[in-house]
Ligand binder design. Structure first.
Ligand code: BGC
Length: 737
């Protein structure tokens, strides 16, 4: 029996060995037939090898989408393969090239509700930019990448980096602020780490997609020089950091030509000047032509095949589009697949790491909350003095609001302010996550009476505030794609509510859950103001930690908060003329235009150049500690600055030390300073640290349109160091010769 058993074991082992040997010889044969499957080769080399194997039809299949899930009018035969996502592009199965299975994922994976899945909502992209922490941005992207893979996607549509030129823009929360260096660095870090999860990365919406009003028709008018030194610079910095597989061209026109058929921005700048090797993907229905778009540098139409399907094939066969152009488009798609690693590591569906997501979202939010006002140290809440707190408004008993549109992440259990159980969210519904600040604060302050009033009846809310030691008013300002705000004022009765509560109790704190800047007619009356942005899946816990002082706030504003819309370059966004809303925009060009005459003077630069005082400047944010700056030295040879920061407060905290520079006197753009670097420094009370911050010369150079060259003008550049764009106690000068 024993002998027979070991004999049969031997036979089984022999069979297994033979199977392994035959499998590996098959693989070896396959490898020699498919040399592009060798992961040690460079992505371009692998892409080139595959390209040589493709038929024209296979190449063309890489250049268009196949519909979009959940949008009946955009359904095509292969749409069911989109995995419930925004798009699907066929791969080349016979050669081992996987399809692109694409999902929106600005602050988390979209449509999890409709698909019966779960995804973490990170804080809004603008919120996360307030941390000025590229490592935290990396964790943000990494988490989204992991959630995408867990759901079976291999390409993201995140990475918004359009500059916040127009703070009323409904998508401001999807972007990373008004400064090219900060926005580009933060967005680039997010996308670099997202793509590192084997997800084809994307940076969007290229370019000048700075408002939603008339988004399909608007003509953004700006000189090449100004665009290069502002919005294009932000994209360049982000793309250089992330090396994404894809860049999404925008709906709008740029100097009369659509973003997805613009030879200047696509071929000239992105592909030639910056050497971008990935592919240009159109925004959804943002393609308007076949021959012109292909020639201008659009590589892939989405989500349909209206222009890059049969029409493109006909154009190739008629000799109107050269095969070399098709090869270039296809090569770029293949390159992105090899670059991101989706060929070697296709997605594996799995249970998303919910716990990790909650932790990362909390960490990012804790670094992102900005303390805007804190008179007489009303914060952090001291339970030995504060025995009763009135929490008022903003559905704070239930949850916190989130940003809408294609960025929307679905909350677990459905919209927290609606009856439970509803899965899918509808376009432009205001969605609350079940992250109740009331519950979180009660958990943190077990011996304090924490009562809630919805704020709908001003008298009753004021009465509760009057009878409490401290009042916290929650105000929200919802934002979404496909709309702009009429103004930066809080909507509904929220300003009145804040007026009433601050009148009833001088110890009133306003917590803002906003997607952009907010005007604050009541600012002098509120003792404290906290900007929590759209706070994500763990917003309640992060906020409670900041309010009670378990976390010392360190976030700084990535956008200027103006006192009034009248201080902006445009006091309002003009409506689209009725005749421009109808008809096919490609045959009936719209007259609707925005003139960006402020050029590169975006945000704080505009305020400085115009000598206007904002409500809260770019780079501003308080801490429960105080900070002193000393000992600046500028090293002109290495282009870096050195200085010392001291924590002069009583708590451990983190200061973001900011470095600005101005161009030499008399040069064209010497009227404003620009951010050239920063450093986050964590210090215990009384401790000092001397730091070196490199000056990023990309933001100091000026663009010469005549020869498309960047010029580093010689002269003495002003250097300013401090804790905010308008508070720079250290001054020096950088000599460029
Ligand atoms: C948005 C894009 C989005 C796409 C797919 C468009 O309307 O502008 O940002 O990625 O839809 O949902």
């Amino acid at each position: 029996m024993k002998i027979r058993k070991s004999g049969s074991n031997f036979v089984l082992a022999l069979i297994a060995l033979t199977a392994i040997l035959s499998q590996s010889s098959q693989l070896a044969a396959q490898d020699s037939e498919r040399p592009w499957m060798n992961p040690n080769l460079a992505p371009d080399e692998r892409a080139e090898m595959v390209l040589k194997q493709l038929t024209l039809d296979e190449k063309l299949a890489l250049l268009h989408g196949n519909g979009m899930a959940h949008v009946p009018q955009w359904t095509m035969p292969l749409t069911p393969l989109a995995n419930g996502g925004a798009g699907y592009v066929e791969g080349v199965k016979r050669l081992g090239i996987p399809p692109l299975i694409i999902s929106d994922a600005a602050y988390g994976v979209r449509d999890s509700g409709a698909n019966g899945r779960y995804a973490t909502a990170m804080p809004s992209n603008l919120g996360a930019a307030s941390s000025w922490d590229p490592d935290s941005a990396c964790a943000y992207g990494e988490m989204i990448g992991q959630d995408l893979r867990a759901q079976g996607f291999d390409m993201t549509l995140g990475g918004g980096v359009d500059l916040v030129r127009e703070p009323r823009n409904g998508r401001t929360f999807e972007y990373t602020g008004e400064d090219p260096l900060l926005a580009g660095t933060m967005d680039g870090s997010m996308m670099k780490c997202e793509q590192a999860q084997h997800i084809v990365g994307d940076i969007k919406h290229y370019v000048m997609n700075d408002q939603e009003t008339g988004r399909f028709v608007v003509n953004a008018i700006i000189s090449q020089k100004d665009m290069q030194e502002s919005d294009l610079l932000a994209f360049h910095i982000a793309i250089a950091a992330a090396n994404p597989g894809a860049v999404m061209c925008s709906y709008n026109r740029i100097n009369a030509v659509y973003g997805c058929e613009n030879p200047y921005t696509l071929n000239e700048v992105l592909k030639k000047e910056w050497g971008f090797k990935g592919f240009v993907i159109s925004d959804w229905t943002g393609t308007h032509s076949t021959i012109a778009a292909s020639a201008a540098g659009l590589d892939q139409e989405q989500p349909l095949a209206d222009y890059f399907g049969p029409k493109l094939k006909e154009a190739v066969e008629a000799g109107k589009v050269p095969v070399s152009e098709i090869d270039d488009h296809a090569r770029r798609v293949l390159y992105a697949e090899f670059l991101s690693g989706i060929v070697d590591n296709p997605p594996q569906t799995s249970v998303p790491d919910v716990e990790k997501g909650l932790e990362v979202a909390q960490h990012v939010e804790e670094e992102s909350i900005v303390l805007l006002k804190n008179d007489h140290n009303v914060l952090p809440i001291d339970p030995s003095r504060v025995h009763s707190i009135a929490i008022i408004g903003g559905h704070a008993d239930v949850g916190m609001i989130s940003g809408g549109g294609s960025a929307q992440v679905d909350p677990p259990g459905g919209n927290a302010i609606m009856p439970p159980g509803k899965g899918a969210t509808i376009w432009q519904e205001h969605i609350w996550f079940p992250t109740s600040p009331l519950r979180a604060l009660r958990a943190k302050l077990p011996n304090t009476k924490v009562a809630f009033d919805p704020g709908t009846d001003l008298q009753s809310a004021a009465a509760l505030a009057r009878n409490s030691d401290l009042a916290i008013v929650f105000a929200s300002q919802w934002l979404a794609e496909d709309m702009d705000l009429p103004s930066l004022s809080l909507s509904g009765n929220q300003n009145d509510l804040i007026e009433q509560i601050t009148a009833a109790n001088p110890h009133t704190i306003v917590v803002l859950e906003s997607g952009t800047a907010v005007t604050m007619p009541w600012i002098d009356k509120a003792a404290g103001v906290v900007e929590a942005w759209f706070a994500g899946s763990s917003g309640d816990k992060a906020l409670a930690n900041v309010l009670v002082g378990d976390v010392n706030p360190s976030g700084k504003l990535p956008i200027t908060f103006p006192k009034s819309e009248n201080d902006l370059p445009r006091s309002s966004i003009p409506p689209v003329p009725a005749q421009d809303l109808t008809g096919d925009p490609s045959t009936h060009p719209s007259t609707y235009a925005v003139h960006y005459d402020e050029g590169p003077e975006v945000g704080y630069k505009w305020f400085e150049a115009q000598h206007k005082q904002p409500l809260f400047p770019f780079g501003f944010g308080l801490s429960y500690s105080s900070w002193a700056y000393s000992g600046l030295s500028v090293d002109s040879a290495s282009k870096s600055v050195r200085f010392t920061v001291t924590n002069t407060g009583k708590r451990t905290g983190t200061e973001i030390a900011e470095v600005y520079a101005s161009l030499p006197e008399g040069t064209h753009e010497s009227s404003y300073r620009r951010l050239v670097g920063w450093k986050r420094i964590t210090l215990q009370p009384g401790a000092s640290q001397t730091v070196t911050v490199p000056i990023d010369s990309r933001v100091l150079k000026t663009f010469e349109p005549a020869d498309s060259k960047w010029n580093f003008e010689s002269g003495d550049y002003g250097i300013f160091v401090g804790g905010s764009s308008d508070n720079t106690p250290l001054e020096g000068s950088l000599a460029v010769r």
